[in-house]
Write a protein that binds this ligand. Structure first.
Ligand SMILES: Nc1ncnc2c1ncn2[C@@H]1O[C@H](COP(=O)(O)OP(=O)(O)OP(=O)(O)O)[C@@H](O)[C@H]1O
Length: 302
C-alpha cells in the first residue's frame, strides 16, 4: 500500500463484525491530499460501515484510520467534513442558522461562521432558502444543505456517503465542481456512489468492494486497462469466426459488430487485413472496458 503524503487519509486493515456478519475484512486504502477516491460496491458491501469507522461513529474490531500519519482522535475528527448516508440535519432549524451553528461547533468565530455559511449557501444555490426550515426543502435541496454542512468549517478531509443520490443534473454538476475544487485545494476526498459514470469521470482512484473486502483498487485508467483491450470491428461482409485463431486474439463475440478480446502484443494491422479480406470495414477501434463492466465482473466473481 502507498503511504499517504502529508495530510492524506489512510484506512489500514479494518475488520468489523455485526454478530455473525462479517461487514469488513482487512479494509485497506489510502487517499492522498488532492485525490478523489470513489468507493463503490453493491448494496450492503460495507461502504457506509467503513465511512462510519473513519468518522468514529462506529468502532472497528481491528485496524486503524490515520490522517496525516496520526490515528484519528476527536480533534482530527472535527476537521473531517462528513455527509452521512442517513443525513444529519435538524429538520426544524432554519438553513442559515443551522449552518452557522455547525460552523461554530467546529470552532469558527461568529463572523467567520456567518461568512462561510453565506459563501456555501450561495455557491450551492440555496441562499434564497436561508430562512426556511430544512424540513420544508425538497430532498435534493436538503442534500445541498447537507453538503454545505460538511464544508462550512473548511474541512481538511471530506468523507461523503452517496452525495449524488437523488440529485438533479444541475445539482450533480454543482456537487462535482465542488469536489474537484476541494481536491485541487489539497483535500483528500472520498465518496461512495452507485453512479459509476460519475465515479469514472471524477475519481483519480477507485476501490471496488464486495462483501466487506476490497476486490479492486487503483486509478480509473489502470483498472480499466486491467480489464484488457477490446477491439471493435464492424465488417458486415465478414463471416462469423473470421477472427478465430488470429495471433493475439484471445476471444471473439460475433454480432453486428465483432468484439475481440486481444492480448497485449496483438497486431492490429494483421487483424484489420483479415477483416478487409471479407469486404469493407466501417469501424475499427480499440477500447478499454467501462468501469461499469469491470464492476459487474468484480462483483459477480465474488
Ligand atoms: N448497525 C448494524 N447492525 C447490524 N448490521 C449492520 C449494521 N450496519 C450495517 N450492517 C450490515 O453490514 C453490512 C454492510 O453495510 P453497509 O451499510 O456498510 O453497506 P453499504 O456498502 O454502505 O451499502 P449501501 O450501498 O446499500 O448503502 C450489511 O450487511 C449491513 O446489513
Amino acid at each position: 500500500m502507498t503511504s499517504p503524503a502529508s495530510g492524506g487519509l489512510a484506512v489500514v486493515g479494518l475488520d468489523k463484525r455485526f454478530g455473525d456478519l462479517v461487514a469488513l475484512r482487512d479494509m485497506t486504502f489510502t487517499v492522498q491530499p488532492g485525490e478523489i477516491f470513489g468507493f463503490v460496491g453493491s448494496n450492503g458491501a460495507g461502504k457506509s460501515t467503513t465511512m462510519r469507522i473513519i468518522l468514529g461513529v462506529l468502532a472497528a474490531d481491528a485496524g486503524q484510520v490515520t490522517v496525516d500519519g496520526r490515528p484519528v482522535d476527536a480533534d482530527a475528527r472535527r476537521r473531517i467534513g462528513y455527509m452521512p448516508e442517513e443525513r444529519g440535519l435538524y429538520p426544524k432549524m432554519k438553513v442559515g442558522e443551522q449552518l452557522i451553528y455547525l460552523a461554530r461547533l467546529h470552532g469558527l468565530s461568529k463572523t467567520d461562521a456567518q461568512e462561510r455559511a453565506g459563501y456555501w449557501m450561495e455557491r450551492l444555490g440555496i441562499d434564497s432558502r436561508i430562512d426556511d426550515n430544512v424540513s420544508d426543502l425538497s430532498l435534493g435541496n436538503q442534500q445541498r444543505v447537507q453538503l454545505a454542512a460538511a464544508l462550512v468549517f473548511d474541512p481538511t478531509v471530506l468523507v461523503l456517503d452517496e452525495p449524488f443520490s437523488g440529485l438533479d443534473p444541475v445539482a450533480v454538476d454543482v456537487m462535482s465542481d465542488v469536489l474537484v475544487e476541494k481536491a485541487q485545494q489539497g483535500v483528500p476526498v472520498i465518496f461512495s456512489s452507485h453512479q459509476l459514470d460519475l465515479v469514472q469521470r471524477l475519481c483519480d482512484t477507485v476501490g471496488i468492494i464486495a462483501k466487506g473486502e476490497m476486490r479492486a483498487l487503483g486509478t480509473v485508467d489502470d483498472l480499466r486497462r486491467s480489464g484488457g483491450v477490446h477491439l471493435e470491428v464492424q465488417a458486415p461482409g465478414a463471416p462469423e469466426g473470421w477472427a478465430d485463431g488470429l495471433p493475439g486474439v484471445v476471444a471473439a463475440e460475433y454480432d453486428s459488430t465483432t468484439v475481440l478480446s486481444v492480448a497485449d502484443d496483438y497486431d492490429d494491422q494483421q487483424i484489420l487485413a483479415a477483416a478487409l479480406a471479407h469486404g469493407p470495414v466501417h469501424r475499427f477501434a480499440a477500447t478499454t472496458p467501462e468501469l461499469t463492466e469491470l464492476f459487474r465482473e468484480v462483483v459477480t466473481a465474488s
